[in-house]
Design a protein around this ligand. Structure first.
Ligand SMILES: N[C@@H](CCC[C@H](N)C(=O)O)C(=O)O
Length: 297
């Protein structure tokens, strides 16, 4: 296992899920105390490693937020301590948790065979992560599709209505007419969302494929501007939100299984009934790319 050399020299691994990239480091005992500037320095693409987010692998018992995770599910030994590229914490990361699973296994911190499931603590609650032949599938839990907003973005000639979707973290999903509208978007600046939720929001722009449903699977294309990270090549919770919004708009008879194309690849989303209501699940690849160390100032 890569251990920390000291609190300021971080032994990291870089990984990604469909191009949504992360710096991961192991701090099982919760000894490494990084502030928002440190986390942003790790994620900086010019002066640091470069990533959309930073993930600390820490035992739930060793950080304050971990108590709630262990109370919810005592099996949640590991906590995904996730921060966006600007150093802000987020409740959940759907691509990140798959890469986190892969990282824990590679570090020898977790034994998980294909078909097995592990409970992982997050700020959004405990999530069940299953290893699959092609990567991982995470149960994002119950979801909320409700609430209207208006969204303005560079490249859109008029403001568009958006639909709020909660999957542990907040999203607003905007339907666009076709691929040319999606391609014309400039997401260098954050879209303006009115009303803006107090903690900010991730914004997804979505276009249905033609036909929308093939072999029982709904198909959409999506681009995303992530809270705290800017435009990314993929967002797992965003893909789930986009599929849920499109399913809502499609109405009765809409499929429960969705394929979501993002600039960095394709992820799967499915809705399934459970004892505590419908859950949304996300599946996709998880890649570890390289490891190194970085000394923080
Ligand atoms: N890329 C992630 C979401 C990361 C958190 C998000 N930016 C937020 O602030 O809520 C994903 O794959 O879900």
């Amino acid at each position: 296992m890569a251990t920390q050399i000291d609190e300021r020299r971080i032994a990291f691994t870089k990984g990604h899920g469909t191009g949504n990239d992360f710096v991961l480091f192991a701090d099982p005992d919760g000894r490494v105390d990084l502030d928002a500037d440190d986390l942003a320095a790790l994620a900086d693409r010019h002066f640091g490693v470069g990533a959309d987010g930073v993930i600390r692998a820490v035992r739930s018992a060793n950080l304050p937020e971990g108590a709630a995770a262990l109370a919810e599910d005592p099996a949640a030994e590991w906590f995904m301590d996730y921060h966006n590229a600007d150093g802000s914490p987020a409740e959940m990361c759907g691509n990140g948790i798959r890469v986190y699973g892969s990282y824990l296994i590679a570090q020898g911190l977790l034994d998980l065979a294909v078909g097995e499931t592990v409970a992982i603590g997050t700020r959004g609650g405990v999530r069940q992560l299953t290893r699959t032949a092609a990567g991982f599938e995470v149960d994002l839990g119950p979801f909320v599709v409700a609430g209207d907003a208006m969204v303005a973005a560079d490249g859109l000639h008029v403001d568009r209505p958006g639909l709020a979707v909660g999957v542990g973290n907040p999203h607003v999903v905007v339907a666009l007419a076709d691929d040319s509208e999606l391609d014309a978007l400039d997401l260098g600046d954050a879209p303006v969302v009115t009303p803006l939720p107090p903690d900010g929001v991730n914004v997804e722009f979505v276009v249905p494929a033609d036909p929308l449903v093939e072999n029982g699977v709904g198909r959409i294309r999506m681009r995303v501007h992530e809270r705290g990270s800017g435009e990314t090549l993929s967002c797992g919770t965003g893909a789930a939100a986009a599929a849920l919004a499109t399913r809502h708009w499609a109405g009765e008879g809409a499929p429960d299984a969705w394929s979501v194309d993002v600039p960095g690849g394709t992820v799967g989303v499915r809705v399934t009934p459970t004892a505590d209501g419908a859950h949304v699940l996300l599946s996709g690849p998880a890649e570890l790319v390289f490891s190194g160390t970085m000394k923080l100032l």
